[in-house]
Each structure stands twice: as structure tokens, then as C-alpha cells.
Design a protein around this ligand. Structure first.
Ligand SMILES: Cc1ncc(COP(=O)(O)O)c(C=O)c1O
Length: 403
């Protein structure tokens, strides 16, 4: 599992121990194989990474071009981020969730949520500390803690519980020791959503046990069938213990721009800021300036984006049902969490066959933690027609569900 040092005999190649704490991505091998196929001009339908295929908003691109010509943007950005970005983000949170936030102390721009989440763990976790992570998980929720020398407690998300965690199952000694507790609904990879009562319950638990509650709300606007996601910061008292990560990668199809923000408890945000002042200068000025425009896009536009993913979900599910699968409809995010047919020993084996026999790239569920095994994740990041073609190819290759 651990990354082997290239050559232990050579001092300059002895890697930091922390690199051995994080497992190698089991997807890495399949990704290399996917690239080999693509080099041979094989048409691989790539449904592996959750990297949106839709265009970034025109208003953001226009502002970016303008900002590129503004020489004040060529200097280092302010450490704590541009005031206009933070004000626009706070205003977005107010319009969307009716939450009041101080832009200076309760908002911090990030070079993507991934960066912020990892740095938050480095700011909060000492060797031996525990982070509670619902599993399957977006890998970064675990990796920051592991890099910091901490341990994760995997809380199972099971199909029989609609992929929601059973909070009562967490042992008291884990709750007493835990420093961080991650939640992320709509969920990657399962597509599960949670209601407000769940958010209230988990907030109470974290307040009681003095745990920092970290909500990763990457898919707040990508919800289906008229469901509206809530923010943890809408729960009374949550700001005492919670922070929430919001990214522009998914809602605005801006994954390549690398911009997000964290909102919530100012002490936790300060801790993250302390780490960041030691590792970077903040988000590129041009990207921050351009992103302000994204926040002014009417929410009705996000509904249109969500509808595109919902249609993709429906097209794929209908066809998968014909191949024997019986899976509940994901309530949000941009994935289908597909059970592996019984004849396969591991999710990797099934993903491998999907790639080589159907030329469809997916991610094996085992990449998402212990409780991801037994599934593969399909990202809905191509047009409906291509998604339908992917399932047709599966049928042709005999990759159907047999229990
Ligand atoms: C739950 C979740 N959080 C965060 C991210 C990454 O966000 P960013 O692009 O802002 O780093 C992803 C990407 O897939 C995700 O699924």
C-alpha cells in the first residue's frame, strides 16, 4: 500500500515518512491503462474523474480577460484574499442560505476545496489524533489527517441506511478523542442526500464532544427531483464548531480554475489561514476577480445545470436497470454508485473489465475507503448520448448485473 522509497540506500531519495501513511490511489494503475488505450486512438468514454464537462460561465471568462490586463493583479494577492471576493462569497451565502457571515473573519478563499481540506487537517491534527470520516469518502477527507500522522475512524455509509451514517454506532471513546468530523451531502461517491434533522443531530453531537464539524458542500447546487440542500451553518449554534467548504468547481464547471472558499467558525478558519500563510500566497488575483462574477449568476441557472445532470442520471439508470441493476436514484452530486456483479472479487476487477472490454473508464469503489469496496463510481461527465453508448457497450461486452 505504501509508496516505496525509490532507493533507500541513497540519502537524497529517502522520502518523508508521512508519504507512507497515505495509501497509493488504486485508481492510478487503471488511469495509466486508460491513457495507453487513448494513445492507441481507442475511444474511451471517460467517466472516471468528477471533472465537469460543461463550459465555465461566459461572464467569468470575460472578467478573467479583463483582469488579465489589469497590472495590479500581477502582484501577490492579499494573504487573506481579495475583499471583493470575500464579500461576494458572503453575499452568496446570505442569498442562498440566509446566513450572516463576516467576510473578513468568517470567509477565506482557497485554491480549491481539496487544498483547503488538506491544510485544515494539517492545522488541526497531531500524530495519533482521530478524524471521523463517513466511508466511502472523497479521498481527501481522509488523506489530510493521514498525512498529518492522525488516524481515521471510518463510519459506514450503507445502502440499507440510504448511505447515511448511524451516529449512534460511533464508540464513545472515538467521540471523546476525535478532533474532526467530516460530512458531505450530497455525497461523492454515493449521491446520497441528508435532511435538516440529520444536520441538527450531528451538530449537537459535535458540540457535546467538542469536535470540529467539517461540511464539504461541493454539490450544494447539484441536487435532483426538487431537493434543496441545506448548509450546516443554518443550524442554530453550528458556527461555534463548524466550517463549510464551497467550491466553484462543480456548480460553475470551474474545476480547472482552482477556486473555492471556506466559511464558518473564525478560529478554525484562522488555524487554516496560519498553515496557508506558510505554504502559499493565496488564489491567483485574476481568478479571484473573475470568480466574483460567478456569484452574481442567478440561482435559476444552477437549476438548469442540475437538470442536465439529472437527465444524464435518468438516461443511465434506465438503461442499467435493463441490464439487471436495481439501484436507488442518487439525490444529488454527479455520480452513479454501481454495485459490482457478484462474479467479481473486487471493484478493481470490475473497473478493469469495464475499461478493457467496454472502453468505459470508471473508478473502483475501493478507492473511496473500506466501505467503497463492492461498487464502482461512474461520473456523469459526458453527454447523454455518450452515457447511453457506455451502457450499450457494457451490454455488448456481457458486463451485466448478476446477483
Ligand atoms: C466532495 C468533494 N469535495 C471537494 C472536491 C474538490 O473540490 P475542488 O475542485 O474545489 O478542490 C471534490 C471533487 O471531486 C469533491 O467531490
Amino acid at each position: 500500500m505504501a509508496i516505496p522509497p525509490a532507493n533507500k540506500d541513497k540519502k537524497f531519495l529517502r522520502l518523508a515518512d508521512r508519504l507512507s501513511y497515505v495509501p497509493t490511489y488504486i485508481f492510478a494503475k487503471l488511469d495509466a491503462e486508460k491513457q495507453e488505450l487513448q494513445k492507441k486512438n481507442i475511444d474511451v468514454i471517460d467517466l472516471s474523474l468528477g471533472s465537469p464537462d460543461l463550459p465555465s460561465p461566459g461572464v467569468v471568462i470575460d472578467e478573467c480577460i479583463k483582469s488579465l490586463k489589469d497590472p495590479t493583479n500581477y502582484r501577490y494577492p492579499p494573504f487573506r484574499g481579495q475583499t471583493k471576493f470575500k464579500e461576494a462569497a458572503a453575499d452568496w451565502m446570505k442569498r442562498r442560505f440566509s446566513i450572516e457571515l463576516n467576510p473578513e473573519s468568517e470567509i477565506l478563499p482557497l485554491s480549491g476545496s481539496k487544498e483547503g481540506i488538506t491544510h485544515l487537517a494539517l492545522a488541526m491534527i497531531n500524530p495519533g489524533d482521530i478524524t471521523i470520516v463517513p466511508s466511502p469518502y472523497y479521498p481527501v477527507h481522509a488523506r489530510g489527517t493521514l498525512l498529518a500522522g492522525g488516524q481515521i475512524h471510518e463510519l459506514p455509509l450503507l445502502g440499507k441506511n440510504k448511505f447515511l451514517p448511524e451516529l449512534e454506532s460511533i464508540p464513545k471513546e472515538i467521540l471523546d478523542k476525535a478532533k474532526l468530523f467530516f460530512i458531505s451531502f450530497p455525497n461523492n461517491p454515493t449521491g446520497a442526500i441528508c435532511d435538516f434533522t440529520f444536520l441538527e443531530k450531528i451538530t449537537r453531537l459535535c458540540i457535546k464532544h467538542e469536535i470540529v464539524l467539517v461540511s464539504d458542500l461541493a454539490y450544494s447546487e447539484l441536487t435532483f427531483d426538487n431537493f434543496v440542500a441545506s448548509s450546516i451553518l443554518q443550524v442554530k449554534g453550528a458556527k461555534d464548531i463548524a466550517v463549510e467548504f464551497h467550491t466553484l468547481s462543480k456548480t460553475y464547471s470551474m474545476a480547472g480554475w482552482r477556486i473555492a472558499f471556506v466559511a464558518g467558525n473564525k478560529d478554525v478558519i484562522n488555524a487554516l489561514y496560519e498553515i496557508k500563510t506558510n505554504t502559499d500566497y493565496g488564489v491567483c488575483n485574476i481568478v479571484q476577480s473573475a470568480s466574483v462574477q460567478a456569484f452574481s449568476i442567478p440561482f435559476s441557472e444552477h437549476k438548469k445545470t442540475a437538470r442536465i445532470y439529472q437527465e444524464r442520471r435518468d438516461v443511465m439508470l434506465q438503461k442499467l436497470i435493463k441490464l439487471g441493476w436495481n439501484i436507488p436514484k442518487p439525490g444529488g452530486a454527479m455520480y452513479i454508485w454501481l454495485p459490482v456483479p457478484k462474479k467479481y472479487k473486487t471493484s478493481f476487477d470490475f473497473s478493469h473489465d469495464l475499461l478493457h472490454k467496454a472502453h468505459v473508464a470508471t473508478i473502483p469503489g475501493g478507492s473511496f475507503g473500506t466501505y467503497g469496496e463492492g461498487y464502482v463510481r461512474i461520473a456523469l461527465v459526458d453527454k447523454k448520448e455518450r452515457l447511453a453508448l457506455a451502457v450499450d457497450r457494457m451490454e455488448k461486452a456481457g458486463l451485466v448485473y448478476q446477483s
